[in-house]
Design a protein. Structure first.
Length: 568
C-alpha cells in the first residue's frame, strides 16, 4: 500500500505540466496577438508562425487544445484589424472543433467581406450539421454571403439530408453529377445576381473548368457578390491566361481579393508572366502591388528587382518596397537596404526603415558601419542605435552624454540613438541622463521614457543580468525623477511587465494617488493574469484585487479581476 502514491505521480506530473503550459500559452498569446495584424509583414508573420508552432506542440491534449481555442475565440471578439481577424478565423476553422462555431457565426455578420468569406469557409471546414445550421440560419447580409459556403459541405450526407435542395437551382449544384449540372445551367441566366454568385462559387468548388467563361462574365457584373464570386472562382478555374483579368482587378480597387487569388493559382508559366509584368511596370503603386503578389507566391527572384527600383531617386514608396521583400533578405543585403534608407526623407518612414534594417542585421552593424562616411556619420548614428551593436555602443554613449565634447548636431543624433537602443545595456546611461540637470529638459524626458522601456524588457530581450528586485529599484528612482504625469503612468505600466511580486508591491504604493489609481488597477490586473505569479502569492494578490474591484472604473478590468480572484 505504501507504494500506491508512485502510480499517481505520472498523472500528477501531467496535470501540473498542463496547468503550467496553459498559463505559458496564455502569456505567449497575449504577447503575440497584437502583432498578428501588424502592418509590418515580418512582424505579423513571425507572430502568426510562433503561435502556429505553439498550437502544433499542444498536439492531442484536449485540455490544452480547448485553452488554445478559447484564447483565439476571445481575441476574435476584440477590436482587431481585418488582417488579424481573418487570420484568427482561418485558424479556428482548421481546429475542426464545433465549440468555436458560435464565434464563427458572429463573424458571418462582419462588416468586411473578407471576414464574412473566411468565416463561411471556416464553418465549412469544420463541417457537420451545426456548421450547416449556422450557415443556413442567418438572415443578415453576412448570412446571405455565407450560405454559398454550403458547397463545401456537399460530401456530408447528413447535411444533404437535412437540407435537401438537390433538385433546385442553385442549391442543387453541389449534389448533382456533371450531366445534371449541364442541364441545370440552362436556367442560370434567369437567376438573380446572388443566386448566380452561389452557382459560380459552387462550380469553382467542383473544379469544373468548362465553366471558366461563366466566372469571367461574373467579374464584369456591377453586383458586388457576383463580381467577387467570379474573382474567387478563378483561384480554382483560372490560370496564366487569366492574369490580365486579375491584374485589372488588382489595379482597380479590388486589390485584396485579387491579391489573394493571384497568390494561390498554380499554373505553368504563371510566375514568369507576373515577373515579366513587374519588370515592365512603370507605375509605382502597381509595381508595389505586383511585388506583393510575387512575395506571397514565395518568389524570391523579386528581391533584386524591388531593391533596384526602391533605390531610384524618384521612387515614392521606398519603405513599402523594403518591407515587402524583407522576408527574402538577410544581413548580406543590408548595404542595399541602407542605400534605400539614406534616400528616405520623411522622418516617420525613416524610423520604420531603421526598424526594418535592424531586424535584418539582428545586432550586427558591420554592413552599416562599412557604409558610414564623414558626410553621413551623423545620420547613421540613428540607425546604429536601432541595431544595438555592442561595438558601437561606447562611441554613441560618449558622444551623447559622455565627457567627449561633440558637435551639437552629432550629440543630438547620438542621444537619439541611445534612446532607441533595443536592449538594457544603456539603461544606466539613460537613467543618469534623465537625472542630469545639464541635459535639456525634453532630452531628460526622452531618456526617462527610454529607460522605462528597456529596463522592463523580458530576460531574452534585455541582454543584461538583473533581478526583478533590482529592476524595480531602478524604476523607483525613475519615478522620483518623473515630473510629468505621462511618465509616471508609463513607469507603472512598464512595471507590470516585470513578472514578480516586487512589481505588485511597487505599483500599489501609488494606489491612493487619484491621478494614477486607474493605471495601478490595470497594472495589478495585468500582473494577476499570470497564474504562476498570482497563485503562489495569494496573500498579496487577494487584497490587491479587492482594491481593484472597489475602485476600478473599467468594466473589462473588473471582469478580469473577478476571474483572477476566483482562481487564486
Amino acid at each position: 500500500m505504501k507504494y500506491r502514491h508512485i502510480f499517481l505521480l505520472p498523472l500528477f506530473a501531467v496535470l501540473f505540466a498542463a496547468t503550467v503550459y496553459a498559463s505559458e500559452t496564455s502569456d505567449k498569446f497575449a504577447e503575440w496577438a497584437p502583432k498578428m495584424g501588424d502592418a509590418d509583414a515580418k512582424v505579423r508573420e513571425n507572430a502568426q508562425q510562433n503561435w502556429m508552432k505553439l498550437c502544433d506542440a499542444v498536439g492531442a491534449n484536449a485540455e490544452l487544445r480547448a485553452e488554445v481555442n478559447k484564447l483565439m475565440v476571445d481575441q476574435l471578439a476584440k477590436d482587431n484589424n481585418v488582417d488579424a481577424s481573418v487570420w484568427l478565423i482561418r485558424q479556428l476553422g482548421s481546429t475542426g472543433d464545433a465549440s468555436v462555431i458560435p464565434a464563427l457565426r458572429k463573424a458571418l455578420a462582419g462588416k468586411d467581406i473578407r471576414i464574412r468569406d473566411e468565416a463561411a469557409r471556416s464553418l465549412a471546414m469544420i463541417g457537420g450539421e451545426a456548421a450547416a445550421t449556422a450557415l443556413m440560419g442567418s438572415s443578415d447580409e453576412g448570412g446571405r454571403q455565407a450560405k454559398a459556403a454550403l458547397i463545401f459541405l456537399a460530401a456530408d450526407k447528413n447535411v444533404a439530408a437535412k437540407y435537401p435542395h438537390e433538385t433546385a437551382m442553385p442549391a442543387a449544384i453541389p449534389f448533382a453529377d456533371d450531366a445534371a449540372v449541364t442541364a441545370l445551367m440552362k436556367s442560370y441566366k434567369n437567376l438573380d445576381s446572388f443566386a448566380k454568385a452561389q452557382v459560380v462559387a459552387q462550380l469553382a468548388a467542383r473544379g469544373d473548368k468548362k465553366y471558366l467563361s461563366t466566372a469571367l462574365d461574373a467579374i464584369k457584373s456591377d453586383d458586388e457578390y457576383l463580381r467577387n464570386s467570379g474573382i474567387l472562382a478563378l483561384q480554382k478555374l483560372g490560370g496564366t491566361a487569366e492574369i490580365p483579368v486579375l491584374l485589372e482587378q488588382l489595379f482597380s480597387g479590388n486589390r485584396d481579393l485579387a491579391t489573394s487569388v493571384l497568390s494561390r493559382i498554380i499554373d505553368k508559366g504563371f510566375d514568369e508572366k507576373l515577373t515579366a509584368q513587374l519588370k515592365s511596370e512603370k507605375d509605382a503603386g502597381r509595381f508595389a502591388s505586383l511585388a506583393d503578389v510575387l512575395v506571397k507566391r514565395f518568389n524570391a527572384s523579386v528581391l533584386p528587382m524591388v531593391l533596384e527600383r526602391a533605390k531610384t531617386d524618384d521612387c515614392p514608396n521606398k519603405l513599402q518596397l523594403m518591407q515587402t521583400v524583407e522576408k527574402f533578405a538577410d544581413k548580406n543585403d543590408a548595404g542595399e537596404f541602407f542605400d534605400i534608407w539614406a534616400k528616405i526623407t520623411d522622418r516617420g518612414q525613416k524610423d520604420d526603415a531603421e526598424k526594418c534594417i535592424a531586424r535584418l542585421v539582428d545586432g550586427d552593424a558591420s554592413k552599416i558601419i562599412a557604409k558610414q562616411t564623414k558626410d553621413n556619420a551623423v545620420a547613421v548614428y540613428s540607425l546604429l542605435g536601432r541595431i544595438g551593436d555592442d561595438k558601437t555602443m561606447k562611441e554613441i554613449v560618449d558622444k551623447a552624454v559622455g565627457t567627449e565634447k561633440a558637435e551639437p548636431e552629432v550629440a543630438a543624433a547620438a542621444f537619439r540613438a541611445m534612446c532607441n537602443w533595443p536592449n538594457g545595456k544603456v539603461a544606466n546611461d539613460l537613467l543618469a541622463a534623465a537625472g542630469n540637470d545639464s541635459v535639456a529638459p525634453n532630452d531628460r524626458i526622452q531618456a526617462l521614457r527610454a529607460f522605462a522601456r528597456v529596463i522592463s524588457l523580458r530576460d531574452e530581450e534585455i541582454k543584461i543580468r538583473m533581478s526583478a528586485k533590482d529592476k524595480i529599484a531602478l524604476l523607483e528612482k525613475a519615478m522620483v525623477l518623473a515630473t510629468r504625469l505621462e511618465e509616471k503612468k508609463l513607469i507603472i505600466n512598464r512595471a507590470s511587465q516585470i513578472r514578480d511580486k516586487v512589481s505588485l508591491e511597487f505599483v500599489l504604493k501609488f494606489f491612493d494617488d487619484a491621478d494614477l489609481q486607474q493605471d495601478v488597477c490595470r497594472a495589478v490586473v495585468d500582473l494577476a493574469h499570470h497564474d504562476n505569479l498570482r497563485r503562489p502569492n495569494k496573500e498579496l494578490f487577494e487584497p490587491a484585487l479587492d482594491k481593484v474591484l472597489e475602485a476600478c472604473k473599467d468594466q473589462g478590468l473588473l471582469d478580469r479581476a473577478k476571474k483572477y480572484k476566483a482562481n487564486l
